[in-house]
Structure formats: C-alpha cells, structure tokens
Design a protein around this ligand. Structure first.
Ligand code: FES
Length: 650
C-alpha cells in the first residue's frame, strides 16, 4: 500500500501514512496535538486545518463546512484523508497548548475561608528518618532487619515526643523487598548509619528506600489533580510543607474527545480504547512529574508518595478500570473508594515502591475532585449552610454543613470552556477574558489573557459578553438579537446565522473576525440554565431556599476568572450579595496537597464522601421545568434576580 507524506506546518514535521489514516490521527502520531472536542466524529469543527498543497479525500462532513472556510483552504482534520503527499497548516486556534500560564495565575490567588493544617494536624504521608545503630557483636547478634526496625521505632517515638507533627509511631512497620535488598550493603557502607524513607500505607509504615549514612535530601510528595481538560501537579516538600513546584498541562486524553462522555464512548468502541486513555493520562502526569523533578534537581525516587483527585471517570481511566457503565442507566461506577496503590502498579513516575492515594468518589458524576474541594472549603466543619459549585463540562455542586451534605451533577456542555462556540477557546494567552460594550456607540473594549492579540473568547469572557450584550440591548431576555443601529457589527454570516463582531480581523491574532453568533448565545444560555436549574432542583428536593445559603464556594479554573456580578446578571449564579461568594481556585489540587500533609485530612475526605447524599437529577420531575424557566437572561421569574436591573418590556 502506498504511503503518503503529510508535512505539518509551522513545525515542518513529516509523517508517512496510508490513505485510511485521517490527518487528525497522523498529527497525533507526529506529536502535534489538534483539538478534537467530538473525538473525531466530524461534528465539533474544532480540528480545522488548512491543506496548502496535495490532494485529499474529504467526507461529506468536511464538505459541509461553510463556503468561506472551504475557499480559504480549511478542512476538518478528522474527516480528511491523504490521496497523495500533503502540506497541512495547523492554525493556532486548533491547537491544544500548555495551560501553564493560565494555571499559574489561578494558583497565585489566595482564597479566604480555606482550611488547611490549621484545622487538620500535620502528619505527612511520607517521612525520612536518620538512623544510628550499634554494630552487631557475638552477644548482640540480631539480624540487620531487626536492628533497623528497632532504630526506626526509637526515632519515631522521639519525634512524637518533641514535635507537633504526628508521626504515627504506634503503626506497625514493614519493609519493601527492594529496601531489604539494599539493607545489608547500605547499613555497612554507612558505618551503621542509614537514612530510611517511610511511606504510610493503610495502618502501617513501609520502609521503601535505605541509603547509607545521613542523606540530607528532603522527601517529596506529588499532589495531582486529574481534570478532564487539565492535569495539575504540585510537588510538596514533606519536611518543610512548602509547595516547591506547580505545573499544569492539557490532559493528553483530549485527542479522544473533550468531555467524559466521548472518552467513555472511545472505550466502548475500541478494544484498546481503555488502554489508550490510561496511557494518555499517564503520559500527561509523568511528563509533568519529570519536568518538575528536573527543574527541582531531584530524582523521581525522591518523590515517595502521591495523592490523586479527579472526577469519577478520570479516576477510572487513570487506574485502567472500565468506566462504561457510568454512561448507561442506572449510571453505576465500578469503584468509589480506592485502596492505596503501589506506584509501580499504576505506573506513576515517582519512587516505584511509593504509594498513590486516590480521593474517594461519591457517584458517577461526583468524584474525588469535588470531595477534595469540599474538604478545603471547610463547609463540613461549619453550622452555616454553604454551597460549593464547580463548573466545567459538567457542573457539580454540594450543599450542606456539619450535619448533612447533598450533592448533584448536571451536564453543562463545553460552552463555558469555549467549545461548541464559534470563536470559543480555553483560558490561555490571547483569549478574551473581559468585555465591555458601550450601549450607545456599541464600541467594544476587550481584555485578553497576557495582553496578547485576541485569538478567541474564553469562558469568563463569554459570561461578560452575554451580560454586556443584554445590558446594551443588543439581545433580549431570550437571547435573540434585536433590531439595532449596530454600525455594521450585527451581520449575517456565511452559514446564514446572525453574529455580532467583537474584533475585526485586522486587530485579531487569527486573521479573521472574532464574533459571537446567535447559535452561540443560545448554547451559552442553555449551559447557564442547566447550572441554575440544578441548584434550584437540589434546594427544592430538601425544602431549602436560595437565601438560606450563607456562603458560596466557586471552584475550578472557570470560576477563578469569573466576574461574579456578571454571572449573576446572566442568571448563572444565584442573586446573592457578592460578599457571600468565595473563589477557591483549583480546590481539587489543594485538597490533594492537604492530604499529602495530613492523614487526618485524607481520613476526613473519606468521611465527606460517605456523608454525601447524591441526588440524581435525571429522574427529578421538577428539573426540566426549572431548566425551561432558566432559559432566559437572567430568568423568566425576575423576582429571583431582584438586584439585576431590567429593561422595560423584559
Ligand atoms: Fe474533527 Fe470534531 S470535527 S474532531
């Protein structure tokens, strides 16, 4: 079979593939990551590339692209197959890029009302102890192992006596086989002095490493948040309790579909699908761990343990557990509580005998990330009624206090993550994150991440844009564009859809106008309606009112950039005083970090998970009514949004 060469620009990377391989798959094999929200179904139009030369076969889906895009040479990478050699340009807006810059911005914010080692006593998951032993003699002839264990017990007891940190000296101690193999040489090479690395596992300490003499190097832990979109790794010094490195990267599973449903579908349709997804998650985590270790000048052996928090599907995929039944009624996960797992068994690149501690999940769509967020919010410790809300492609929320906790999840769709929106994109450099529209002239002023030339609109920008379009009277309550002297900013596009122009092509970084279409607006309204309807349904089911909520914790990347006032104006968040809202940032990785440093906090996470009552909204008879009422800006019942100014006729 003839192989065709595809050369990708601007990298100039070439790869040879047969005629049955799509340009998307070829790019993936060449190490070029192209966005593929629909997993290659040809429906999301996020994998746009330009064929600059050569002949290609295109499916009907690619041929259905707008006339304008086709005339500019654009096609769908997933629906295009080489007939002969091709030169393909991958534009910036179709790329999956590092999110490090945006994540750094999020992590620098210090939220109020967060709990940590002030509440949960420090008790790290791994420690290093320096041991001094008497050499053996004919009268003191116990084995090397007994000598080592006695020394460990002595040191742990001393540490307990003189330190605020709890070391769990009463725990039994075991030794890994590799550490046993190191023992006789290390103990003698060090002149009866060694340094031992111990990791907690269930009810015992395990010695996983023995080095001769006094090893001054510190021991580290990795706190890992496995998000559907982004994977975040924090490296924590378990001796100083300092976070010494923070890194984040798009989850490489992205190429198999953007949301959890398309990834489960990939597992169901492909014999090797589960393995592909597991390996993609591991590649992402391990590249971050490697990068972190290199930048800190430490070895992966110095990272003795890891805590992992992720949604239920991500957790299943990472551990190689089939998540298929999560998608099928009655939506049952295979596992919700996970035992400690040896790092080598799960192939996470820390010390191979170290342990990985996974946050417990609650139900199919409420996972360990939400449990971790609930932990750091401290809502489980307070009398007042609090709400935690995390908005991504799924919206999860937890309502409760020290006495009770209820939780639910709704499908928001990827609109606020920039997908399914013509010029939508993620919160990376160049994304429009803030918008203002002058109501008389309709002049638009924008803010972009990194002050770069705009290349698209991210979630927080979309919330502001929707609010500004409504304020300026460009759209009505239902989100329809209204007749307006618009200075040419409202127009019909090639697809016959009405769109509003935010940025003209000459000012944009993508050589095209940046616009928002009527279809985009309807999509965003449906997404925000899903969140508000879920909140109302959850409150209705337990007989509570919105005004009884004393504090709202907004978690996740989207929440970190969110303008709360604008989110209230469009009816995404409830109309409560702004001082009740607390932005938590990435509470999933913060919970994972807290668990690394405190066994009590990890135990609390398990109590939180078992305390939560899950409300399945798909069988809630009131949900659809709430959803329909919320499909307006801000809502059909304006009394629910008294602080939002309305125009006459609303
Ligand atoms: Fe190609 Fe969605 S249209 S991946």
């Amino acid at each position: 079979m003839r192989l065709n060469r595809i050369r990708f620009l601007p990298e100039g990377i070439s790869i040879f593939v047969d005629e049955s391989t799509s340009v998307l798959s070829a790019a993936r094999d060449a190490g070029i990551e192209i966005a593929s929200v629909c997993g290659g179904e040809g429906t999301c139009e996020k994998c746009l590339v330009r064929v600059l030369s050569g002949r290609a076969r295109m499916t009907d889906r690619a041929a259905a692209l707008s006339e304008r895009l086709r005339s500019e040479g654009y096609t769908l990478a997933c629906q295009t197959f080489p007939i002969d050699d091709l030169v393909v340009e991958v534009p910036i807006e179709s790329r999956v890029t590092f999110a490090e810059e945006a994540i750094k911005h999020i992590e620098l914010e210090v939220p109020e009302h967060e709990v940590g080692l002030n509440v949960y006593p420090p008790s790290p998951m791994a420690i290093k102890v320096h041991l001094k032993m008497h050499p053996p003699s004919l009268t003191d002839n116990v084995s090397d192992l007994k000598r080592l264990l006695n020394a460990v017990k002595r040191v742990l007891n001393d540490k307990r006596e003189f330190s605020q940190v709890r070391f769990g000296a009463e725990r039994p101690i075991s030794v890994s086989i590799d550490a046993l193999r190191q023992l006789p040489t290390a103990i003698r090479a060090g002149g009866w002095e060694v340094t031992a690395t111990l990791v907690k596992c269930c009810d015992h300490w395990e010695v996983i490493r023995i080095t001769p003499g006094k090893d001054e190097k510190h021991v580290y832990g990795a706190a890992i948040d496995v998000g559907t979109t982004t994977v975040t790794v924090h490296i924590v010094d378990l001796e100083t309790f300092e976070t010494v490195q923070r890194l984040a990267k798009y989850n490489e599973q992205f190429v198999f579909g953007e949301d959890v449903i398309s990834r489960i579908a990939h597992v169901s349709r492909n014999a090797n699908g589960l393995n592909e997804l597991r390996e993609a998650a591991l590649r992402t985590i391990n590249s971050l761990l490697r990068h972190a270790a290199n930048s800190l000048n430490i070895s992966h052996d110095d990272i003795a343990c890891a805590t992992v928090a992720g949604n239920t599907v991500m957790t299943h995929l990472l551990l190689g557990i089939d998540p298929t039944n999560i998608r099928i009624e009655p939506y049952i996960p295979a596992v919700t509580a996970f035992p400690p797992i040896r790092a080598s068994d799960v192939e996470i690149a820390i010390h191979k005998d170290g342990y990985v501690f996974t946050f417990p999940c609650v139900a199919s769509y409420v996972g360990g990330d939400i449990v971790a967020g609930t932990l750091v919010s401290g809502m489980v410790l307070r009398d007042e009624l609090s709400l935690l809300i995390d908005m991504g492609t799924n919206g999860e929320m937890v309502l409760g206090n020290r006495d009770f906790m209820v939780t639910c999840a709704c499908s928001i769709g990827p609109a606020f993550e920039g997908s399914g929106i013509k010029c939508g994109m993620r919160s990376v450099r160049g994304a429009i994150s803030g918008v203002k529209i002058d109501p008389t002239e309709l002049d638009v002023s924008i803010q972009t991440i990194g002050d770069a030339k705009p290349i698209g609109i991210c979630g927080s920008g979309l919330v502001e844009l929707l609010a500004e379009l409504k304020r300026a009277g460009i759209i009505d309550m239902a989100g329809n564009f209204v007749e307006h002297p618009s200075n040419g900013k409202l127009r019909q596009n090639d697809d016959g859809d009405i769109e509003f122009v935010l940025v003209r092509s000459q000012d944009a970084g993508i050589g095209r106008d940046i616009t928002i279409t009527q279809a985009d607006i309807k999509n965003l309204i449906r997404s925000k309606a899903a969140v508000y309807a879920a909140l109302r349904s959850m409150l209705n089911s337990i007989g509570l009112r919105i005004d009884e909520i004393k504090r709202i914790f907004v978690a996740g990347a989207f929440g970190s950039h969110l303008n709360v006032r604008r989110a209230i104006e469009i009816g995404l968040l409830p109309d409560l005083p702004e001082e009740k809202f607390v932005v938590l940032g990435n509470s999933s990785v913060k919970g994972a970090r807290l668990a690394l440093l405190s066994q009590a906090a990890f135990d609390e996470a398990h109590r939180i998970a078992s305390k939560m009552t899950y409300i399945e909204l798909s069988v809630d008879p009131g949900y659809m009514g709430e959803f329909i009422s919320a499909n307006f800006i801000p809502h059909t019942d304006l009394q629910q949004f008294p602080s939002v100014k309305h125009k006459r006729g609303d």
